[in-house]
Ligand binder design. Structure first.
Ligand code: ATP
Length: 146
């Protein structure tokens, strides 16, 4: 079975490395599936739960990794993800992600209500924080309100 090496690196550590059969990511240009021998590519990544496929057929397995953003470089032999932050599900603090989601949602709601305090809200920052929290909750299979 053909495999491709995957390395996911965050600023402080190597988060994940393995020989995988496919990686499904959300890039700034949309969803991409990367198979072994993919053409060279560099793209930005948005916050999401990456899907790492291992093996094939009956032995196929899928793992999720939360990524907060960053870049992905693909060569025919290797995928390198340089993430601003990335976590395996086991390393995700679900309550922290839920609290981050609640804070982001409250800021977004205040911004749209146009309260006097909302003038200081950076809406883009709040929306990215919401998307990071969603990525972490999805990677852990935790349900949340849209
Ligand atoms: P928070 O507001 O809770 O810090 P955030 O989305 O702003 O969330 P990031 O800036 O994406 O956090 O990440 C900062 C650091 O904290 C990174 O090292 C990241 O891996 C870690 N981190 C953030 N949220 C979680 C979480 N829920 N569980 C585990 N680690 C987390």
């Amino acid at each position: 079975m053909a495999t491709i090496k995957l390395e996911i690196v965050s600023p402080d550590k190597m988060v994940y490395t393995n020989d995988i059969s496919m990686l499904i990511v959300r890039s700034t240009g949309g969803e991409l599936g990367i198979l072994p021998h993919h053409a060279p590519l560099v793209t930005g990544l948005v916050p999401h739960a990456m899907r790492v496929r291992l093996g094939a057929g009956a032995d196929r397995d899928e793992q999720l990794i939360a990524v907060a953003g960053g870049f992905m470089e693909v060569t025919p032999e290797k995928i390198t993800v340089l993430a601003t932050a990335a976590e395996k599900p086991i390393d995700i603090d679900i309550n922290r992600a839920k609290e981050a989601m609640a804070r982001a949602k409250a800021r977004i709601a205040a911004f749209h209500q146009g309260t006097p305090e909302s003038e200081n809200i950076d809406i883009e920052r709040a929306e990215f924080a919401l998307r990071r929290s969603i990525a972490r909750l999805r990677a852990t299979g935790t349900s949340y309100d849209e």
